[in-house]
Write a new protein. Sequence first.
Length: 96
Amino acid sequence: MIDEESIVNVTAEQVACDMKGELLILQTASGIYYGLDPVGRRVWSLMEEPRRVGAIRDVILDEYQVDREKCTRDLLDLLEKLASKRLVEVKSAPAS
């Protein structure tokens, strides 16, 4: 399960390209294409390096006018979907 402390990053098993503001992603193992809208594209760009989910959420909150709870809920939903398609890797945060 992904939470705000999870570390996420895009996998090497994909190829992504910009198409008029949207992002097209090819999952190379399956040959299936996926698309992300401009906000999803921004989230994707933030995951090009491993990053904590809470940090991604904070960037989105700074850049878009959205309620914190809705942002968190939508971000976690997106990340769960991307992880289920093997487009992102998820790691637990290191123990403090």
